[in-house]
Design a protein around this ligand. Structure first.
Ligand code: HAM
Length: 489
């Protein structure tokens, strides 16, 4: 009997994107050899087909006798993590996590899939256009998270008064953005985030930058390799206020200004003009953005405003923390996310070859955009891609081999059970064991031991085992001895 493939197609209510449910009911009485995987499944889904929320149609049956050859590469912009890459990822994430704990932060996580609405902001951010979003089987609009901050805000609102402030939370999670692929920018990346919720003072920003500096130092990156450009969105806020620009335009103006290095200046002026800002204000805004010293900024804004006060305090704290040489004022740093309200910062490589290494800032009003009460907050995101590029550039990538303490091998196939007993005894004592599961010649075992960087070879031979002992060979020294299983440490 032939394989039967039944394809049912259900349409989303909006008809924007048909959702295809491929339900294979395969019944076959013939031997497995005769199975085939259809290479083409045609699921024509049109409005005329009478779709809709509950509409269900049965598409034409397509049977193709050829086997499908899959593309073994992961989707563009995404990565597999074979063991050698996983070792590097774990090394990096361990540093992220250890630094976070060093600063007294607690780990949190959120779902990779969130409601789409969580990421929709009106300001025209690039991140909105890069969203991986779709309708799920229950006709809900959902999205793969492009960043962690909105989820964190959601959780803070949900926890409400049950948590005591300040919260110091960190997370390492995968984010998805349909980005144009460049060096260090991918369609999925992992981000290390540290956020402080409930501290209005600049001490919070200073602490966060300190933690990133600590991380850099731990992995061998110095202040001559990277730095932080720091500014405050209050600079723009104060200027816009001076020119009578309504507050609700603030986010949109910041997003336009953030594109300054990506699109021609005339375009920027045009876009700013569309928001209704006067030409005078635009000229002054653009002039301020080129300022690279706090003194010059003070000349323009006067010394009384919050922007100058915050920045001065941050630079003073940087001195106390001991990372002054890592940070510099640069008014052109605005950041591309609408929710920042105060200090903003970005980590950059001093050779200027790479995209931003990390970025963050204060977002005191994000919670109210989700209907919660505002709580002062700041944090940063640090991706896993640019830093690896930088480590490669500096020849600082660690050499990470597999690490196993013992290889346990039975010298006779009848002793496989005895070898399992030895492996269990060692594992019970907390030792890592790679147990040789097949009958293999000793030459093969030695080669494997070298490949997995084993410290010892534990051989289970007939004579020794009859005496309750095993042979141990220390691979670095070649030293070999016999030991009772009960004494094996
Ligand atoms: P962001 O600047 O969009 O900020 O991203 C932070 C960092 O994530 C970037 O500096 C970069 O290291 C990494 N990153 C972003 N997009 C990609 C990509 N497509 N490929 C590789 N790496 C990428 C945020 O996401 C904010 N939510 C950070 C934050 C946390 N602000 C406050 N708390």
């Amino acid at each position: 009997m032939r394989a039967i493939h039944i394809v049912t197609t259900r349409l989303s209510s909006s008809f924007r994107r048909p959702i295809l449910y491929l339900d294979f009911i395969v019944s076959c009485l013939a031997p497995p050899r005769q199975f085939s995987i259809p290479r083409r499944l045609i699921c024509a889904a049109t409005k005329a087909n009478g779709g809709g929320r509950s509409g269900s149609i049965v598409a034409p049956l397509v049977v193709n006798e050829e086997f499908q050859k899959i593309d073994v590469n992961p989707p563009k912009g995404t990565r597999d993590f074979p063991p050698e890459d996983m070792r590097l990822r774990n090394w990096l994430f361990n540093h992220f996590k250890e630094v976070s704990r060093l600063y007294g932060f607690e780990e949190v996580d959120f779902p990779v899939l969130e409601t789409e609405a969580l990421f929709i902001r009106k300001a025209g951010e690039e991140i909105r256009d890069q969203l991986y979003c779709f309708e799920d089987r229950g006709n809900r609009r959902v999205a793969l998270r492009p960043e962690l901050t909105p989820s964190l805000a959601r959780l803070v609102i949900q926890k409400g008064k049950s948590v005591s402030l300040p919260l110091k939370w960190f997370a390492v999670g995968q984010c998805w953005r349909y980005e144009r692929m460049t060096r260090g920018r991918r369609r999925e990346h992992y981000q290390w985030n540290m956020d402080i919720i409930g501290v209005p003072q600049v001490t919070a920003e200073a602490e966060l930058i300190s933690s990133i500096v600590t991380f850099f130092k731990r992995i061998g990156i110095t202040a001559s390799d990277v730095g932080f450009k720091v500014s405050s969105r209050k600079v723009l806020q104060e200027l816009l206020k001076k020119y009578g620009v309504p507050e609700d335009l603030f986010g949109r103006v910041c997003i336009i200004i953030d594109k300054i290095e990506k699109i021609p200046i005339d375009e920027i002026k045009k876009e700013l003009g569309f928001t209704g800002i006067s030409e005078d204000a635009i000229e002054q805004l653009l002039q301020v953005l080129s300022v690279k010293s706090l003194g010059d900024l003070e000349d323009i804004l006067g010394g009384a405003g919050e922007a100058i006060a915050d920045l001065k305090q941050l630079f003073s704290l940087a001195e106390k923390f001991g990372y002054s040489e890592w940070i510099q004022f640069d008014a052109s740093v605005v950041r591309g996310l609408a929710y920042y309200t105060g200090i903003v910062f970005e980590g950059f490589d001093r050779k200027g070859k790479l995209r931003a290494i990390c970025g963050g800032g204060r977002y005191d009003r994000l919670l109210s955009t989700y209907g919660g009460d505002d709580i002062p907050a700041c944090g940063f995101g640090f991706g896993d891609a640019v830093i690896v590029e930088l480590l490669k550039e500096k020849d600082l990538l660690p050499e990470l081999g597999q690490e196993v303490e013992n290889i346990v091998c039975a010298l006779d196939k009848d002793l496989q059970g005895a070898a399992a007993t030895v492996a269990t005894a060692l594992r019970d004592k907390g030792q890592t064991v790679d147990l040789v599961l097949e009958s293999k010649p000793l030459k093969w075992v030695f080669k494997r031991a070298a490949r997995v960087n084993a410290r010892r070879l534990v051989l289970v031979g007939k004579t020794e085992w009859e005496d309750g002992s095993v042979s141990v060979k220390v691979l670095s020294s070649g030293e070999q001895f016999q030991v009772k299983l009960s004494d094996l440490e």
